[in-house]
Each structure stands twice: as structure tokens, then as C-alpha cells.
Ligand binder design. Structure first.
Ligand SMILES: Cc1cc2nc3c(=O)[nH]c(=O)nc-3n(C[C@H](O)[C@H](O)[C@H](O)COP(=O)(O)O)c2cc1C
Length: 190
């Protein structure tokens, strides 16, 4: 069971929102819970037919829904598509039980072609997270494509200003994680 579960909502194999998410995951994996405390659910790898039919009984979908139930903290990463979040992410969120996010902390992350649709997270994603029971929704981390440029070997790399946003998100996450890890007798030593 992982304390932190990432949901990656981009349909793209080479993905800027994945790169953004990876920056945060790396830092969390270096924390007291170690790499096993952080798991990633790549939504485009779920069985597409079952996802589109809303078949929550399919084995892969059921395992993914179960992983959400077990996590304490969810990192929800998406590209901005047509002034909202991705349809892939919506298809998965639609499969979750009504109260699936109650008692959990959720941190949204997104990348978009420009800053113009930053508010899509507030008017589109947050209401859905709230409808699923989430009450502890942290300020999103948003980056434009220009802030996550292509990198010769890494695919994409986050600019220093984006890294600074990730670091401040980590500061907001630490007290929540510390509370969870305290129960397991591990401490954050930063
Ligand atoms: C179908 C589609 C629709 C998009 N719509 C928007 C949009 O409305 N606003 C925006 O800022 N960027 C939009 N973009 C750009 C993506 O949000 C942006 O390139 C993002 O970083 C892609 O993330 P990914 O590489 O993780 O898939 C769109 C891209 C695609 C492919």
C-alpha cells in the first residue's frame, strides 16, 4: 500500500504533465517513506474498453479504484484540454465510488499551452474532486509548455520557476505526510 498515489491523466506517451508530476514524485520518494511510499497510476494504460464503458468490475479498473481507496494523498496530474482537464481523467473519476476521496488530501497539477486556462482547475477539476468527498484540496501546481521545455536526454525538464512551485507544494504536503508517517514511526528530517 502506497501513502501517495499519482494519477496521470495525459493520453500522451511523451508528456509534460508527466514530467511535472515526476519532479514532485522524486522529492517525495526521497522522503522518509522512501520510494515505496509513492506509486503512479498511468490512466492511459488502463483497459480502454472498460474505461469507456464505465465497467468498474473489470480487473485492471478494479485494482486502480482499489489503489485510490488505499492512498492517503492523491497527486492528480492532467493536461489542459479544451479549457478543462483531460477526458481520460474524467473517464476514470467517473468510475470512482461517490465518496472515494473523503478524508484524503488531493494536490492537482496541470500543464497547458498558456496561462489562459489556469482557472480550469478551479472551475472544472476542483468541483469534481469535491463531489467525490475531497475537502483538503491543495493549491494546484500549474506550468505552461514553455516552462517545461524539451530536453535532449530527459524528454522534458522543468524550468527553475516550476521547480520552485513544486518545492512550495512539497512544503504544503509535508505536514499531511508527517501525520501519516508518524503512525508508522518514520519522520521527515528536512
Ligand atoms: C486536444 C488538445 C486540447 C488542448 N487544449 C488546450 C487548452 O484549451 N488550453 C491550453 O492552455 N492548452 C491546451 N492544449 C495544450 C496542452 O494542454 C499542453 O500542451 C499540455 O502541456 C499537454 O500535456 P501532456 O504533454 O502531459 O499531454 C491542448 C492540447 C491538446 C492536444
Amino acid at each position: 500500500m502506497s501513502t501517495v498515489l499519482s494519477l496521470l491523466g495525459s493520453p500522451s506517451i511523451r508528456s509534460r504533465s508527466a514530467a511535472l508530476l515526476g519532479e514532485l514524485e522524486q522529492r517525495l520518494a526521497a522522503g522518509p517513506g522512501g520510494p515505496r511510499a509513492v506509486a503512479r497510476l498511468v490512466l492511459r494504460e488502463l483497459p480502454a474498453d472498460a474505461l469507456l464503458r464505465g465497467d468498474a468490475s473489470e480487473r485492471g479498473i478494479a485494482a486502480a479504484v482499489g489503489a485510490v481507496a488505499e492512498a492517503q494523498l492523491l497527486l492528480v496530474a492532467t493536461p489542459i484540454y479544451k479549457a478543462a482537464y483531460s477526458g481520460l481523467l474524467k473517464a476514470f473519476l467517473d468510475l470512482l465510488p461517490q465518496d472515494a476521496l473523503r478524508g484524503k488530501t488531493v494536490l492537482p497539477l496541470a500543464t497547458g499551452g498558456s496561462i489562459a486556462h489556469l482557472l480550469a482547475l478551479d472551475y472544472a477539476l476542483k468541483p469534481v474532486l469535491s463531489a467525490l468527498g475531497a475537502r483538503d484540496i491543495l493549491d494546484p501546481v500549474y506550468a505552461t509548455d514553455a516552462q517545461i521545455p524539451r530536453h535532449e536526454t530527459l524528454g522534458y525538464s522543468a524550468s527553475p520557476e516550476v521547480v520552485a512551485r513544486i518545492d512550495s507544494a512539497l512544503v504544503r504536503l509535508q505536514p499531511r505526510l508527517a501525520a501519516t508517517w508518524a503512525a508508522r514511526d518514520v519522520r521527515w528530517s528536512v
